[in-house]
Write a protein that binds this ligand. Sequence first.
Ligand SMILES: Cc1ncc(COP(=O)(O)O)c(C=O)c1O
Length: 417
Amino acid sequence: MSNRLPSTGLARDEVLAALESMRGADVDWRSGRCFSLVFDGGEDVRDVARAAHDLYLSENALNTNAFPSLARMQADVVGIVADLLHGDDATAGFMTSGGTESILVAVKAAKERARIERGVTEPEMVLARSAHAAFHKAAHDFGVAARVVPVRDDWRADVDAIEASVNDRTVLVVASAPQYPQGVVDPVPEIAAIAQSVGANCHVDACMGGFVLPFAQRLGVDVAPWDFRVDGVTSISADVHKLGYSPKGASVIVHRTRDLRRYQTFVFDDWLGGLYASPNLLGTRPAGPIAAAWAVLHYLGEEGYLRLTRVTLDATARLLDGIRSIPQLALVGEPDAHIVCFGAADPGSLDVFVLGDALASKGWFFDRQTGPESLHATVSAGNAPMIERLVDDLRTLAAGAGGTRTNRRDTDYATLE
Ligand SMILES: Cc1ncc(COP(=O)(O)O)c(C=O)c1O
């Protein structure tokens, strides 16, 4: 196999065997040892998703006049999510390819709204240091200045700093439910009120929490207000392809009203190719992830999500307890849901990234964070059976970890430049 097109095609079995062989070096998420990137609801959920995805392997969601079933499925998925977020009859949204695209279009919609309704020509957004990097991508790509404020000691966005940073150019104020790095939910009511006071949008990034917090609340967990029940929240993103347990390529952005949603859509009617209207960043859009998301939501139902959320939160609690019992480790923040961030109790005697390397050599996968240096676990149902083994390995490795770190991150990014 090479990176040249073969002069004659290979046999199907040969092609598939080559793929099987290539993925031998990939992280084995099926083992429950991967705490990032893949969120596994179980073989039965994957089976439904796979079959639905297969049915829509070739269809194109660019034009739903050709594929009305895709319009129907997207409306259903958005409706289900809007309901979970306590939207009402006015609430309207779109499916996107993932959290990043939902965030990009949220920023774009906020910028457009402020330009049209308030005449803002030098737009700014206010966001905490904990807000997802996709907001910075949007700021860069769409020409919105990012005014970054600190987080408080509990890692939640500093509301006083947000208040001091808004002005008549502010088009968007960001809140996260929860934020990715430490897994805490920002003070959404206060943030939304500040956004409202200057006529700006308030986007709640619930890409991580959108399929956890609503079910956690139904299970009796005390969840701080964060969804459309909070005045001033104008849009929310929730990823079906994270804790919604659907395969990659499915997120939802929901706007409080259809009028607010309008600012997301690009319409162009002066093209020789005809009218072009698109609310997404993509043109041609894969239909498989839409069908799979629709299928998984209907397969699991409320009962299925309550079960998976209970399993996830229980696993998270066991991991938190385990880390608390290891003297060399310290939690970074007290998470509100299913994210666990931990570092060295004494960074002088334990290099947490060397610990990360030692864990990786045993098949565990964690994201690495800085400020402070820490390991990050997004816990989901597929990790639950492995928590005790992880805590055992953490205890042993934290007691003995030494040596030099392998700087995997730099190696990865080198391939992108
Ligand atoms: C809070 C939050 N927002 C946005 C994103 C971006 O989502 P995606 O990777 O699907 O683009 C993530 C990803 O982990 C996230 O945790």
